[in-house]
Write a protein that binds this ligand. Structure first.
Ligand SMILES: NC(=O)c1ccc[n+]([C@@H]2O[C@H](COP(=O)([O-])OP(=O)(O)OC[C@H]3O[C@@H](n4cnc5c(N)ncnc54)[C@H](O)[C@@H]3O)[C@@H](O)[C@H]2O)c1
Length: 324
């Protein structure tokens, strides 16, 4: 099987590339290197430097390669930027996806794994120990989340009209590194933000300490990127062996960690004594967002194996490696 991996030079995509190769499948990477890093990729795999918004160029990739399935990770992912530039996010994430699925349909490629996000759930009204399952109402609260939900809607139509077999993986909070050179070099998520604060000799900020959670800070579900990469292999197997189907699947651990707990874990791992500073709540942060992971277990026979400790240690190793 030849799988086209869009966004394969990215943080998550590169982990997925290595895991897909390990599963015995062949890989072609499509990436415009807008945030990707080509040296993350193993030597010798076919690489197409193409942007998904260039429809002709996307179709031409399907002319040049025999493709049996697509793992679609390429997207813009910064919530704040999406609020400032919603049209740009729509063009990149929705028009780009439409070009891709049109090229798939024109070439009878029906196996599709889509990187969705827990952002599709928006701000569900949950108690701190409730879990969100895939049947929950989807009501994104920012343009980024809206583009992910629209990506799911388009994929669902492809399942109905073009017999696509789709797994839409709703990732929760991804962190850690499978190997240091693949680490997340962007500073948009809690773990790299805390590292960056440490490097500056500053104190990490906790936005809101009065949420209805045991320690007052927000609770999220942190999943190790290597577990996530393994989930993609399970999802490829799932779509390869299914007929026309659209299946959204939460990819998390089923266990929440608060912001204070994550900062505490990072203190232990880095050997630093950081006293977090409490700041005002940010708009749009739900108190808790933790995945119900039963569908992933049932449909993909996948569950996470790695802990918050594994995440913090591997992320710190990667952070130091990339700052040498
Ligand atoms: N990192 C997270 O916590 C998280 C959580 C939920 C969902 N996701 C989703 O996972 C996917 C991968 O995220 P990541 O963290 O690896 O981000 P990343 O920025 O490291 O990777 C995205 C990759 O896509 C490429 N790309 C972007 N726009 C493109 C376009 N128009 N055409 C071709 N290539 C393009 C970039 O060059 C990059 O290599 C994204 O779809 C993101 O929305 C990420």
């Amino acid at each position: 099987m030849n799988w086209l991996i869009t966004g394969g030079a990215g943080y998550i995509g590169s982990h997925v590339v290595y895991e897909t190769l390990r599963s015995g499948r062949d890989v072609i990477v499509l990436d415009d290197l807008s945030s990707g890093i080509k040296s993350r990729l193993p030597d010798g795999i076919p690489f197409e430097e193409v942007t998904l918004t260039d429809r002709d160029a996307v179709f031409a990739v399907f002319d040049r390669h025999k493709i049996s399935g697509v793992l679609h990770l390429a997207a813009k992912k910064q919530v704040g930027e999406s609020i400032l530039h919603p049209d740009y996010y729509w063009e990149e994430n929705v028009v780009g996806l439409q070009n891709l699925v049109d090229a798939m349909a024109a070439n009878n490629v029906a196996n599709f794994v889509f990187s969705s996000s827990a952002a599709v759930y928006g701000q569900p009204d949950l108690k701190f120990d409730d879990l969100v399952d895939e049947a929950a109402n989807c009501a994104p609260i920012n343009p980024y989340g809206e583009t992910k939900l629209e990506g799911e809607n388009i994929s669902e139509k492809c399942a109905a009209n073009s017999d696509f077999s789709v797994a839409a993986l709703r990732y929760f909070n991804v962190a850690g590194a499978g190997k240091p050179e693949l680490g997340d070099q962007s500073i948009f998520n809690l773990v790299p933000i805390v590292f960056e604060t440490l490097d500056r000799g500053d104190r990490p900020k906790v936005f809101g300490n009065d949420y209805p959670t045991p320690d007052g800070s927000c609770i999220r579900d942190y999943v190790h990127v290597q577990d996530l990469a393994e989930a993609h292999v399970a999802a490829m197997e799932f779509v390869e062996n299914s007929g026309a189907i659209f299946m959204p699947i939460n990819i998390g651990t089923g266990t929440g960690s608060s912001v204070f707990e994550v900062i505490d874990k990072i203190s232990q791992v880095t050997g630093s004594t950081m006293e977090p500073v409490s700041a005002a709540r940010r708009n749009g942060d739900p108190a808790a967002l933790v995945a119900n992971v039963s569908r992933a277990k049932e449909m993909l026979n996948w569950s996470s194996k790695r802990t918050l400790d594994d995440i913090a240690k591997s992320a710190w190793e990667a952070w130091q490696f990339n700052r040498k």
